[in-house]
Ligand binder design. Structure first.
Ligand SMILES: O=c1ccn([C@@H]2O[C@H](COP(=O)(O)O)[C@@H](O)[C@H]2O)c(=O)[nH]1
Length: 243
């Protein structure tokens, strides 16, 4: 399958390449390039391989990069981290919504200013709301008021007010968020599990087709593809399920 023949809905899939090795990530990216719409590189890869590793994986892939580093610190530090990430040309970059309004604003301003200074495209900033590995009990244990859906909505609304482009949420919150947030607000959605895949540590999950029907813009899918015996076949199967 080539980018020209893959289903338009498969373009929504960002495959999470959670590996500490450049060679493994490059190999998977090359094999999956015709079956997914983008690559997600996150903490495991970045801590092991750094910015050079990111460049090595993305330079030949010809796919948009979702750089999922989930920045969470004081505003000045997060602004600096965002500025350092801009030259890697991510299409999407994450911060934690719970870092608060000033941190979110600092991140948004830094992305816009640094992209303009370098003459490169501005990354879309996404704020992680409540991690998809957390359930109601986990939220209560860290002192956050539930239900989960309400906490996600509070954080997503704060995010939108602070000038951030979108949020990361579970598929279960997509439909309610669509009713509350402005049109064009991006929803990037992990916690995706085809009926044939194990949930693992993910608690708030739906199938790819259910997430898209609810209104997800992009699906983040890792292990159901990357841990499959045949990752390309798994990605195509998910693409076929999306129609
Ligand atoms: O709330 C969140 C935020 C980010 N993620 C990331 O998405 C992928 C999911 O991988 P699977 O193997 O499909 O579970 C992973 O890289 C997480 O860091 C998330 O799962 N939930």
């Amino acid at each position: 399958m080539t980018p020209e023949t893959r289903s338009p809905r498969a373009d929504r899939i960002f495959v999470a390449l959670d590996t500490p090795g450049v060679a493994a990530a490059r190999q998977l990216a090359g094999r999956l390039a015709g079956s997914v719409g983008g690559l997600k590189l996150g903490l495991e890869f970045f801590v092991a391989c750094g910015p050079d590793g990111i460049r090595a994986v993305t330079e030949d892939a010809g796919l948009p990069l979702f750089l999922d580093l989930k920045f969470h610190d004081i505003p000045n530090t997060v602004a600096g981290a965002v500025r350092s990430a801009v030259p890697l040309r991510p299409a999407f970059l994450t911060v934690h919504a719970s870092g608060g309004r000033a941190m979110l604003r600092a991140a948004a301003d830094a992305a816009a200013e640094e992209a303009e200074r370098l003459g490169v495209p501005r990354p879309k900033l996404l704020a992680v709301t409540v991690l998809t590995s957390l359930g109601a009990d986990d939220l209560a244990a860290v002192g956050q008021a539930g239900p989960v859906e309400d906490q996600v909505a509070r954080l997503a609304e704060l995010t939108a007010e602070a000038g951030i482009d979108g949020a990361v949420c579970s598929p279960a919150e997509v439909a309610p968020l669509r009713r509350r947030l402005p049109p064009g607000f991006t929803l990037m959605v992990p916690g995706i599990r085809p009926a044939w895949a194990a949930a693992g540590d993910q608690k708030r999950v739906m199938t790819p087709a259910e997430a898209v029907a609810a209104g997800a813009d992009h699906l983040v899918i890792g292990r159901p593809i990357t841990a499959a015996a045949d990752p390309v076949e798994a990605a195509r199967r998910i693409g076929a399920e999306l129609g």
